[in-house]
Design a binder for this molecule. Structure first.
Ligand code: BTN
Length: 242
């Protein structure tokens, strides 16, 4: 599926560039990759720290023929590809925190930002952004306690190209399987790496804060949380604390 990798030494945000290309009919499988982002964008309007030549900062353009409500499944699929790619290339075993964080012992090594361009209910393009900390050997004070990199986890410098290749290879077969068999084929793989499953969590949604046990995800990729009173809640968007 990977068609074309557009590689920039320094760019504002690969996500913004990919949006622009997608609205100009760029093909599915087009990737925007940067060595540095000067205005990397995280979830919920946050900034994404993207210093030169230390990470994989990339955005991928997809054009699956799916409904808008299925788009979050591609975040989960990408998380599986990242975890498997890291394991394959480095032998490290990170965990996924729903929906999109890749963690080592509670510290974040990668985040995924999925955005879309859609007609009323049909997806026109999905832009999957991946920020993966690879070779940082320190983080600025405000990130020091919550972030990590593959280099810090492995204890040595890591090849960005090897990791990227492994992730794209995993991603390619997962996406083919997703198109052929649907999300139900990806779901068990996601669950196998998910930190949140079966654990007591706190979910801060835009409306409320819920405490309970994460019992799984449904076929749409929505997080299922059971509170003490036995009620099952569907969490579409939240910050999760384990
Ligand atoms: C998160 O907040 O966890 C998601 C972070 C996503 C960052 C990546 S880096 C490549 C792409 N371009 C951006 O500006 N953001 C995403």
């Amino acid at each position: 599926f990977v068609k074309d990798i557009l590689h920039y030494p320094s760019i504002h945000s690969t996500q913004e560039t990919a949006h622009l290309l997608a609205s100009e009919q760029a093909e599915e499988g087009t990737i925007v990759l940067a060595d540095e982002q000067t205005k990397g964008k995280g979830r919920l309007g946050r900034q994404w720290h993207s210093p030169p030549e230390t990470g994989i900062w990339m955005s991928l353009i997809l054009r699956p023929d799916i409904e808008v409500r299925s788009a979050p499944q591609l975040t989960l699929l990408t998380a599986v590809a990242v975890v498997r790619g890291i394991k394959e290339s480095l032998g490290l075993d990170p965990e996924i925190k729903w929906p999109n964080d890749i963690l080592f012992n509670g510290r974040k090594a990668a985040g995924i930002l999925t955005e879309m361009q859609a007609e009323p209910d049909r997806v026109h393009a999905i832009i999957v952004g991946l920020g993966l900390n690879v070779n940082q050997d320190y983080f600025p004070d405000e990130l020091a306690d919550i972030a990590t990199s593959l280099r810090l986890e492995k204890g040595e410098k890591v090849s960005r190209t090897d990791v990227l290749e492994a992730i794209l290879k995993e991603w390619d077969w997962l996406y083919r399987m997703f198109l052929k068999e649907g999300f139900s084929s990806v779901k068990p793989l996601w669950e196998a790496h998910a930190l949140t499953m079966g654990k007591e969590i706190t979910a801060r949604t835009p409306r409320e804060t819920l405490k309970g046990v994460a019992v799984g995800i449904d076929d749409a990729g929505v997080l299922l949380l059971r509170t003490k009173d036995g009620k099952l809640h569907h969490i579409y968007s939240a910050d999760i604390e384990v």
